[in-house]
Design a protein. Structure first.
Length: 416
């Protein structure tokens, strides 16, 4: 009888209670840090994408081309991610996972938001890559006409909004197959491992990511190749033109022309013509060198931006797309769930990078932004000028009233 209480104490200490308290204390700092990073991403993403959308919608001429429509679709998606997906992840982190009463609903919402972010971003970036390839490689005979681009955009949004429904369907199938068993199998923070579910939404993210990455690598490599070929052709033409300009000048300086007896009025003509031809040749050569230098700078800029775009997509979304394979190989664990949270926060940084990479690099949008800022600056200057004028008028009125009062006092004193 004396050993039975000890057994019960050991069972109570090794039970569910102590196993739930220790992870909560251990993950408290991690949850606070991740929530703070998500809040920073929310502020920066909403500010940048909302600015881009306001600039696009405020000027109708920016919506006429296919490129601007595709870019507008990407920033609309990023704004939805900031307003919907980031708060859902932050709420799940702050409520503490399994301790929340509506844990299964939060899990389904979180998985749906992560699927929407991954699939929508990959498909929109694929469409932007095709558009840039069409502009750079096939400018005369474009494949992406406005009608085809509209159909592709509609397909991208239909797929992006359909796949996030899968977590709810899988959770319903899992609840039917478990027959009263607990839905969540361990005490991890997020809920990518539900007992009895198919988890098709996790394994669909990797093929979509790989397909988008392959299309991006192919299109940007062809863009760089096309730019390199176009820069090489005008240099040959410019060499031919300089030779054509120099040939008449060399013929005029030939000894046959210089030894012919001419009158005194005709002798100054060949040097003047030769000097003019040489000056025009020098100016043409300078223009050719400047044009070649500008094209080289443009090629370097395009190459740099292409590398940054591909690397940002690869570094931000590749880890999150590979984690389902780790789940399949290793199984659910606390450290893997913590790693998945870090990868998800890293992937959400693209909502901050996309306005810098795709919107503010366009010359038309930068011109519109500069004009808006100039107008705001002029309005502020005008308001400050009007406020200063009003203050000066008030000071003059105050001085006038004071002078009238002193005159009255002096008149009264003289009368007395």
């Amino acid at each position: 009888f004396s050993e039975s209480p000890k057994l019960t104490l050991l069972q109570s200490n090794d039970g569910v209670g102590s196993g739930l308290v220790e992870p909560e204390e251990e993950w408290l700092g991690f949850r606070a840090t991740v929530s703070a990073v998500l809040f920073l991403e929310f502020l920066l993403g909403v500010g940048g994408n909302l600015t881009v959308l306001v600039l696009y919608c405020g000027h109708c001429n920016l919506l006429e081309s296919v490129s601007h429509a595709v870019t507008l679709s990407l920033h609309t998606l990023d704004l939805l991610l900031c307003l919907l997906c980031l708060p859902i992840t932050a709420i799940l982190l702050l409520l503490g996972g399994t301790s929340s009463p509506h844990h299964v609903l939060l899990c389904c919402l979180h998985e749906s938001a992560a699927t929407f972010a991954s699939v929508g971003t990959a498909l929109n970036l694929l469409l932007i890559s095709l558009d840039r390839y069409d502009i750079s490689v096939r400018p005369a005979n474009r494949l992406l006409t406005p009608r085809r681009a509209a159909f592709l955009l509609a397909g991208v949004w239909v797929v992006s909004l359909t796949l996030p429904v899968l977590p709810f369907v899988e959770a319903g199938l899992g609840s039917e197959t478990t027959d009263g068993a607990p839905v969540y199998s361990n005490s991890t923070l997020l809920c990518s491992q539900l007992v009895g579910t198919l988890q098709a939404h996790l394994f669909l993210q990797a093929p979509i990511f790989l397909c988008s990455l392959a299309v991006m690598l192919y299109t940007y490599s062809r863009i760089l190749r096309a730019l390199r070929i176009r820069i090489g052709h005008p240099a040959r033409v410019q060499k031919g033109t300089t030779q054509l300009v120099q040939r008449p000048w060399q013929c005029r300086n030939s000894p046959a022309i210089s030894t012919t007896p001419l009158g005194p009025t005709a002798t100054p003509a060949p040097p003047s013509v030769g000097v003019g031809a040489s000056v025009s040749a020098i100016l043409a050569l300078r223009r050719a060198v400047r044009r070649h230098r500008d094209r080289r700078e443009r090629q370097k800029r395009v190459f740099r931006m292409s590398v940054i775009i591909v690397l940002s997509f690869l570094l931000c979304w590749a880890p999150l797309s590979i984690t389902p394979l780790l789940h399949l190989a290793i199984g659910p664990s606390d450290w893997l769930e913590r790693l998945r949270v870090c990868f998800l926060v890293l992937a959400y940084w693209t909502v901050v990078l996309h306005p810098l990479l795709y919107a503010f690099t366009r010359q038309k949008l930068r011109k519109v932004l500069h004009t808006r800022l100039r107008k705001l600056h002029n309005r502020n200057n005008n308001t400050q000028h009007t406020v200063a004028q009003i203050k000066q008028r008030n000071r003059r009125k105050h001085r006038a009233t004071c002078s009238d009062a002193t005159d009255r006092c002096l008149m009264d004193a003289v009368r007395e």
